[in-house]
Write a new protein. Sequence first.
Length: 613
Amino acid sequence: MSAQNLSKLFVNATSSNPVAVSSEAIAEKVVQSLVRRGLKSLRKNADFLSELDPTATQLVLKDPRLPPHSSLAFFRFLQRNQSSIVSFRALTALVCRLYDARKFDVIKDVLSSAARDKDVQLAVSDFADLVQEMKEGHGTVVKLCDLLFRVYADNKMFDEAVGVYDFMESRGFEIDERSCMVCLLALKRFGTLEDCLAFFERLKKSGLVTVYSLTVVVDLLCRKGRVGEARELIDASVKKGLKPNVVTYNTLINACVKGMDSGAVDEILRLMEKDGVEYNVVTFSLLIDRYSSSGRIRDAEAVFNEMQEKGVSPDIYVYTSMISGQCKAGNVKGASSLFDELSERGLVPNVHTYGALIDGFCKVGQMEAADILVKEMQGRGIDLNLVIYNSLIDGYCRKRMVDEACRLQRIMESQGFKGDEFTYNTIASCLRNMNQFEEAKKLLFSMAEWGLSPNSVTYTTLIDIYCKEGNLVEARRLFWEMEERGDKPNIVTCNALVDGYVKKGKIKEANKVKEEMANRGLTPDTYTFTSLIHGECVHGTMDQAMELFHKMSERGLEKSVATYTAIISGLAKLGRSDEAFALYEEMIEAGFTPDDRVYTSLAGSLHQIGPTP
């Protein structure tokens, strides 16, 4: 609906009927009463309300003897008690009084209330004409129309806001660029992408686009995944002489970093260099995060050093990214040095900084150091979040301290944090690795009670448990259920089935799973081949085992200690000692250390009578 044709007026009182003497007399009586005793006089004298009419109301609101706050209080009193005499003229008269007093925030509140009232018509043309009638000077009309434009935008009434914009443009009124930004930001937050882009196009045609409005639209496009369009918009703006600033480029870099588009990031950096746009702390932070998250810690360190050489001081976000990157690379010593350095610079670590370092300590099994950090952050009044609890639980599970992990889960839940899929899967995997199968299954089955759905990790853990228990029927059923639910089995899931069939002596079924993997787009890995080789060796079918062993080399798969141990043991068992010793030498050359099983097998092969190789 256009702003020219909204719902009903309070009272259709925009006509210029001559003011009756009685209305003047009533207005005078009301003004004197308000000046002497305020609203109390009206509340006690109901006759005043019955005598008031729209004309008298307007005269009261316009009277300069009343302070603006008294006029406002009188207006709101009538709205609550005698709304039928509150006319559009009365509203405009109040707005003009408030304008004279420079009470712009109050004007916005009054207009917002009227805009939200379905019984009020704030037709911009009528409003502008009345303001022009009541106030001399073109500037007042422009300013109040601009305020109405902002009011509609703030109230998410975008059709009406655009209607005011059209009216102002048609009258040749100067439109404030800041008001356009208010509307654009409101459209970005609460409107549709198409509406936002349409309004931006209107601004372009009117020559009101700034680098700030450009950045708003670029950010919106990037958030919607339309990074290509954002880049095209920037290119088009540059051609028209509008130079993006560092915030515009940072917005684009952020989207490309999240999209793992390294080529696009490099291209944007070249554009910034070409346009002479200097990096700020956010740019450096994005680049460091880009390298840290992808494991390119050397590149992250280079950027970190560059920003300091250029006099840009790292903030807490930069340090957090650096600490996170060092921890992911397993360099907790370097991460700890950075943590100490940021404190020396007067920066205060936040929950994310602590979380990154705690996770690093947990990953390398330094749980005492992690606990010290937890106590330190709590001493600073920073509460643990779910991510940190999960890091600690994962750390304890890595050390097979499952009782401590379960204790921490209970503490976490007592603090109001509900464990997520990671929490349950981590503890269950630890229980599985410790052969506590029943406890692991019970924990995973309890996830539903907390409103959590099993994911691929959950299914894989359960499938592996049932395979280890020898219940391949249930393992296969879960495998099919997993697919039906849309959780695609991964290489680990398939390997669990392969290993389960091998241990049951069902080599044919194990090989069938290997073939199914290819149909699912999965490539058998070292674990897959090692399991199958072990199965063939156990059953004495060494030709098939050796064929699989050679296929690993053909596919470029690295052999493991387990691979060599299985094939050497199989050969030795059949007395094929020459082949077994040859593979032993190959194993040593590959840098693997044989265990007692290998030596025992080799020694035993010397006493076996086997076929000549």
